[in-house]
Design a protein. Sequence first.
Length: 152
Amino acid sequence: MMTATAKTHTFTSESGAGTVEVGRELAAILHPPQLLLLEGDLGAGKTTLVKGIAAALNAAEPEEVTSPTFTLLHEFEGSWKGKKVRLLHLDVYRLEGERQLETLGIEELVTDEALVLVEWGNKFPSLVKRATGDIRIESCGGDKRKITVELK
């Protein structure tokens, strides 16, 4: 559901490389502090999108960004409009409850210079409540993706 104060941006990607490019474009409209939930089926391209965001922030090369499914958190340092930015990429798919989520210390991760991107965060009401927006990736057949960004 979109609120009157929300800002929505929609992108289309035709390939994995196109999804990386959308991530680069997104970096221009995302600004710290942000806690964004990444939504999409397995294999939709959530991590691929983060590759582009990380590259645009000079935080990592696309090939350096991998899914944090087993490590839960990857942290990168970069810059946004001349200021230091911390890009935190989390995957909470394997967590089973709010108690496990609390052990990550999300509150401490969301600082003034942090851009926090959480895959599967919509599983947790506490994250949905705290989120400053969400990014939904939908498959449109083949490698084509519709990417919708809603910022609160």
